[in-house]
Ligand binder design. Structure first.
Ligand code: NAD
Length: 471
């Protein structure tokens, strides 16, 4: 009860500040975001150590996958804010002669950002940059599963921002549940599809708008024309980065039976070369991350057991260490479509390889599942690429590479239906946190619509007929 009151009072303070922000010149936002980028770089080491403590990520990987994407988001916003914020003048059609219209990008107000644990800095601060670029205030709720990072984010935000501009609330489900009762102007949630539904239900109570960045099973399709060695190198990185705990990681591979064996050999070599530093991967491999906690470790072991019990063949495995949350990469083949591993998002270093007999079969397998966050196609055939793109749906598609689409500053990022609602990053993130306010101004005493006012004489009727036919 006390906490709820304190959230409410924090919310009220953020609301007052958001009113002030509405009148602030956009250059102030730009200065603030730029300075925050410099502050983050100064604190890069603190960030690295906190994330490493929580999730065992190598420090360089923290820089690449946590700090760098936020810095890119900042640079992009600083360079483009002037263009994004500029009111957009809209052409008047003939029937609107005499009027002038424009779209104004108004800040939504007070926003809630709920983050996931797998990229605990990137997934909180990335959306925060879009939120601030659009002129809002925010409450940030990092994941409780990365407590050191959550504490550090709380400290960093306190050190840099006024508390009525951005504030961090730490905690788990209880805290999220209480926060979600408040009438936020926008909720930006990153997490699982199951919790996404809870968030959307709570948002409905206040009719808060939402961006839901969710997960799913991202298929990776390799056809006969693909360069197998190149595909193996790129899939090794995309799948085993962060120990497979990446929302857009390839979830399963679809490949022709005739190329399967060769691809598995190439993939094993690539994974070992990258993450074992050319030695077998074990608990001492410095470039290989850990599973977040024992619950997820056990979940992954269960998925493997269920698949092998149903006839899957283990193509590659190695040591495990539950206490260290270490799990060697696992490759499975002959996986039954009824296995749990082919039903739920894997989110770990396990890769099922499924053989397909025809392109029809690929489309059937992909479309039998919920629409994924990402879809990868490795092929040099334009016809094949086109067919897969036309006959399937996904939040994003990457051809002949994987995960790269996430960091492209000019591409929207997000899912479709159960993999997400709304888009983020760059201009699209700015738009998610903005109300695109339509403004129409009447300029003259006379306007075309005036001719349609009642009384509905035969002249009005004739005019309506003409309009229907010609305008
Ligand atoms: P999660 O849904 O369990 O938790 C996400 C956040 O929601 C956390 O901050 C948590 O405290 C909060 N939460 C959990 N249960 C809640 C409840 N009942 N009510 C209110 N809030 C609740 O997700 P996770 O395990 O942290 O992250 C993994 C999932 O996130 C995967 O499905 C992954 O694909 C997805 N993900 C998506 C993206 C993306 O950009 N689309 C990025 C990263 C992760």
């Amino acid at each position: 009860m006390d906490d709820t009151m304190s959230y409410k009072s924090r919310f009220e303070r953020l609301k007052i500040r958001s009113q002030i922000l509405k009148k602030e010149h956009w250059t102030e936002r730009k200065k603030r975001i730029k300075a925050f980028g410099e502050f983050l770089l100064v604190n890069e080491n603190r960030i690295g150590l906190a994330v490493q403590k929580d999730i065992g990520k190598p420090l360089v990987e923290v820089s690449i996958s946590e700090v760098y994407p936020v810095i890119t988001e900042i640079k992009h916003a600083v360079e483009n804010l002037k263009t994004w914020i500029e009111p957009e003048l809209i052409d008047a059609p003939f029937t609107y002669l005499g009027t002038r219209s424009k779209i104004i990008y108004e800040p939504k107000g007070v926003c809630l950002i709920i983050g996931a644990w797998n990229f605990p800095v990137n997934l909180c601060l990335g959306p925060l940059i879009s939120c601030l670029a659009a002129g809002n205030t925010a409450i940030l709720k990092p994941s409780e599963l990365t407590p050191n990072t959550s504490r550090l984010l709380c400290d960093l935000i306190k050190e840099f921002f006024d508390e009525d501009l951005v504030t961090v609330v730490e905690g788990g489900v209880d805290v999220s549940t209480e926060l979600l009762k408040l009438p936020f102007d926008h909720i930006f949630f990153t997490g699982s599809s199951g919790v996404g539904k809870i968030v959307m239900r709570a948002a409905a109570e206040n009719l808060s708008s939402v961006t839901l960045e969710l997960g799913g099973k991202s298929p990776t399709i390799i056809d006969d024309t693909a360069n197998l060695a190149d595909a193996a190198r790129r899939i090794a990185f995309g799948k085993f980065l962060n120990n497979g705990q990446t929302c857009i990681a390839p979830d399963y591979v679809l490949i022709k039976e005739s190329s399967k064996e060769k691809f598995i050999e190439l993939l094993k070599n690539e994974v070992e070369k990258s993450f074992g530093d050319k030695s077998p991967i074990d608990v001492s491999s410095p470039n290989y991350s850990r599973i977040i906690n024992e619950k997820h470790f056990d979940r992954l072991q269960q998925l493997i057991l269920d698949a092998t019990t149903r006839g899957a063949k283990t193509e590659w495995t190695g040591s495990i260490n539950r206490g260290e949350r270490f799990m060697h990469p696992v490759i499975l083949s002959n996986v039954s479509m009824d296995s749990k591993i082919m039903e739920e998002e894997i989110f770990g270093p396990v890769l099922p390889i499924i053989s397909y007999s025809s392109t029809d079969k690929i489309v059937e397998i992909v479309n039998a599942k919920a629409k994924p966050l990402a879809l990868y196609v490795f092929s040099t055939s334009k016809k094949f690429q086109k067919r897969i793109m036309e006959e399937t749906s996904a939040g994003s598609v990457c051809i002949n590479d994987c995960v790269l689409q996430f960091t492209h500053p000019n591409l929207p990022f997000g899912g479709v239906n159960s993999s997400g609602i709304g888009k983020s990053h760059g201009k699209y993130g700015f738009l998610a946190f903005s109300n695109e306010k339509a403004v129409l101004k009447q300029r003259s005493g006379f306007s075309m619509p005036y001719l349609l006012h009642p009384p509905y004489t035969s002249r009005v009727k004739k005019l309506v007929d003409i309009m229907m036919r010609w305008f």
